[in-house]
Design a protein around this ligand. Structure first.
Ligand SMILES: Cc1cc2nc3c(=O)[nH]c(=O)nc-3n(C[C@H](O)[C@H](O)[C@H](O)COP(=O)(O)OP(=O)(O)OC[C@H]3O[C@@H](n4cnc5c(N)ncnc54)[C@H](O)[C@@H]3O)c2cc1C
Length: 259
């Protein structure tokens, strides 16, 4: 159960940042994760008064506010048209619609969860995370760090890559056994493997591919990262899934291009 000793709803980002510097403070996203387990927050910071729920089309990129929900990502027509439905594919199996109406993009990124479908997809795209004090940070740099006391305000996603995301789950709406994403830009193909069950990582690329070299690329990507054993799969099973799903995603992007 989550215990909150002091609830704050700041009116500016500076106020939110100052509150976040206090010991025992945390920002409230959708509280999907925060409310699990036994926690006491001395200061809970609700950002809902700051207008951080938006998806803005900026021409060559999208700007997404930290309070954008997973359901917003799933149902946004411009976002899904630009990326071939990848956002709907990535989040559509996360728990259920009521949950996705609450869980936020900011909480999903800040949490840097090993099982994250969202982080796997974003690492395959060219994007940057905006932290109120620090400024813009490439998502890859952000994903490799832990828990800085800053406020994640928004995310910029460039439209320069096509992407395909696939996951394998033992049951619909369970955590994934593995999630992969493959993207293609001018520099070639990039492969990301997540839910290994460790945090998603860029596994291979950029590399130019053809239908005949895609299987080797998938094998190389699957061999480049480590896997763990767990209730959702053994390490060898996860590695095998990663190779098969990466190959399928790369072939699907190549075939679409040829149409
Ligand atoms: C039962 C369950 C199953 C799930 N299954 C999946 C799954 O299959 N795939 C998947 O990808 N995800 C899954 N998730 C994770 C989920 O999608 C969200 O990522 C998670 O709930 C966190 O989002 P939230 O908005 O609820 O954040 P919260 O729980 O509110 O916060 C998470 C963390 O982020 C911090 N935070 C939140 N917003 C900000 C901000 N703007 N700035 C700084 N810090 C911030 C909080 O202080 C906290 O530390 C699951 C979660 C649950 C509870």
């Amino acid at each position: 159960m989550l215990h909150i000793l002091n609830y704050e709803r700041p009116q500016t980002l500076e106020e939110a940042y100052q509150l976040r510097q206090k010991k025992g403070s945390a920002v409230l996203g959708g509280t999907g994760w925060l409310r699990l387990g036994e926690h006491t927050l001395r200061t809970a910071i609700d950002l809902s008064g700051l207008g951080l729920r938006y998806i803005k089309d900026e021409g060559d990129s999208f700007l997404l506010g930290a309070y954008t929900t997973l359901r917003d990502l799933e149902t946004s027509a411009p976002l899904n048209e630009a990326f071939g439905g990848a956002f709907a594919d990535a989040v559509g199996s996360i728990v259920g619609i009521q949950f996705r109406n609450c869980a936020t993009l900011g909480g999903s990124l800040y949490g840097r969860f090993g099982f994250s479908d969202v982080l796997t997809l974003l690492l395959a795209l060219d994007c940057e995370v905006h932290l109120y004090k620090e400024g813009w940070v490439p998502v890859e740099t952000f994903a490799a760090r832990n828990g800085e006391p800053d406020i994640l305000t928004e995310l910029r996603i460039y439209k320069n890559r096509r992407v395909k995301v696939l996951s394998q789950r033992l049951n619909a709406n369970d955590f994934p056994s593995v999630t992969i994403a493959v993207s293609k830009g001018e520099d070639g193909f990039r492969s990301v493997i997540g839910a290994r069950p460790c945090r998603a990582k860029i596994a291979a690329g950029p590399e130019k591919l053809t239908l005949s070299t895609a299987p080797d690329f998938a094998k190389k990507a699957a061999d480049a990262v480590s896997y763990g054993n767990g209730m959702r799969g053994s390490a060898p099973y996860r590695r095998q899934l990663a190779e098969v799903l990466t190959r399928r995603a790369a072939l699907s992007l190549l075939q679409k291009e040829a149409e």
